[in-house]
Write a protein that binds this ligand. Structure first.
Ligand SMILES: Cc1cc2nc3c(=O)[nH]c(=O)nc-3n(C[C@H](O)[C@H](O)[C@H](O)COP(=O)(O)OP(=O)(O)OC[C@H]3O[C@@H](n4cnc5c(N)ncnc54)[C@H](O)[C@@H]3O)c2cc1C
Length: 251
């Protein structure tokens, strides 16, 4: 028996690995078509990325995989219960159904695998529109003119390259001294070389402390760790990508 309040496949399938890789595949196809002549192929007409079509393709892939998992559940005799589970006591759970109904379930063994969710930063509350998490970033249908990504971990870097390849002006701010701070320094060096090649602005050792609204755009102050630099700039969007609250995440 599986209790799921969202969609089977969790973050990885619905809002994580699969959707990002699907968009990256689209961006790679776009770049290959732009270089078609190098491959001896002539292409006429304007070549431009259509993010809404890329997102529609991604949604179709996710939908198919979700159906696949549900089919596997049926095939293997796994009962899927839609709703939010909470523990009542040893071996006892309550499930709040999407229609508001409630039921109690008992089981001799219970695995809690509730994953993680995007978290707001102090003074930087996600609003789902201008200040977005990776979940909303995956559903954007227009390429942002500029985007500031808070956190240069794996997810932040993945989005930085994705939007940069689509033509956005990308800035990343990382509070630790280097991009991919949890990886070996060699890996960071290699990544930072690619960041420079792509003309992505990376401010390592900087911490985003707040934001200032500027007309239609959002401005921000970035403060060098410990010592305020007073730097201020504006972006059309912010994405707090690599901050997730939950099991085993850094909050
Ligand atoms: C943008 C992004 C890109 C990523 N890319 C990669 C990648 O390329 N490679 C990689 O290895 N990892 C990647 N990850 C990380 C990966 O998605 C997670 O590590 C993985 O999904 C964690 O799996 P999980 O089962 O622990 O949790 P989740 O996948 O988060 O699953 C938890 C599930 O529990 C459900 N749930 C929570 N509370 C309740 C409740 N009370 N009742 C019922 N259901 C509940 C949620 O709805 C969710 O479906 C990425 C993550 C993100 C956000």
């Amino acid at each position: 028996m599986v209790i799921e309040k969202g969609e089977v496949g969790g973050t990885c399938l619905n809002w994580g690995c699969i959707p990002t890789k699907s968009l990256i595949a689209s961006v790679e196809a776009y770049e290959t078509v732009r270089r078609a002549s190098e491959f001896g192929i002539s292409v006429s007409g304007e070549i431009k990325p259509d993010l809404s079509a890329m997102v529609a393709r991604k949604d179709k892939i996710v939908e198919l995989q979700v159906k696949g998992i549900k089919g596997l559940f049926q095939g293997f005799g796994v009962t899927l219960i839609s709703g939010e589970g909470s523990l009542l006591g040893p071996g006892r759970l309550s499930v709040k159904r999407p229609d508001g109904g409630q039921e109690e379930i008992s089981a001799s063994k219970i695995i809690i695998a509730t994953g993680s969710r995007p978290a707001s930063l102090p003074n930087l509350t996600l609003d789902g529109e201008r200040i977005i998490s990776s979940t909303e970033a995956l559903a954007l249908t227009q390429i942002p003119r500029s985007i500031l990504i808070v956190g240069a971990g794996v997810i932040g870097c993945e989005f930085a390259f994705l939007f940069s390849r689509l033509g956005s002006q990308v800035t990343m701010v990382e509070m630790l001294p280097r991009a991919l701070p949890n990886e070996d320094e060699d890996v960071s060096r290699l990544l930072e070389r690619e960041v420079r090649k792509r003309k992505i602005d990376l401010y390592a050792n900087n911490r985003v402390e707040g934001l200032v609204r500027m007309r239609k755009e959002i401005g921000r102050s970035v403060w060098r760790a410990g010592k305020p630099s007073g730097r201020r700039k504006s972006w059309s969007r912010w994405a707090a990508n690599s901050i997730r609250k939950g099991w085993g995440s850094r909050d």
